[in-house]
Design a protein around this ligand. Structure first.
Ligand SMILES: [Zn+2]
Length: 94
């Protein structure tokens, strides 16, 4: 709706624009590949959501890109596996 410009004070304009700003995006960490992801959203790096594969990320990549990505994923998996076996004794030492 058209509103006459002259009838508005700066304060009134400011008040109406009070909620017009870019909101901060809060990110969580993907449990599979440890990259930042928006919550309640499929991870676009590995294509997993809630522990299941939803998107086949490797489908549209070239051979070279596929190899690089698979290597990267394996490295992340190795890291997560190494972190897991922490016995109670090791915990107490830290
Ligand atoms: Zn991921």
């Amino acid at each position: 709706m058209a509103v006459p410009k002259q009838g508005h004070t700066r304060a009134k304009v400011g008040k109406s624009r009070m909620h017009k700003y870019i909101k901060k995006v809060y990110l969580s960490v993907c449990p599979k590949c440890k990259k930042p992801v928006r919550s309640h959203t499929v991870c676009l790096n590995c294509g997993f959501y809630k522990g299941k594969e939803v998107i086949n990320v490797l489908a549209d990549l070239t051979k070279k890109e596929k190899k690089a990505k698979e290597k990267e994923m394996k490295e992340v998996e190795k890291e997560t596996k190494q972190e897991k076996p922490l016995t109670m004794e090791e915990m107490s030492q830290k």
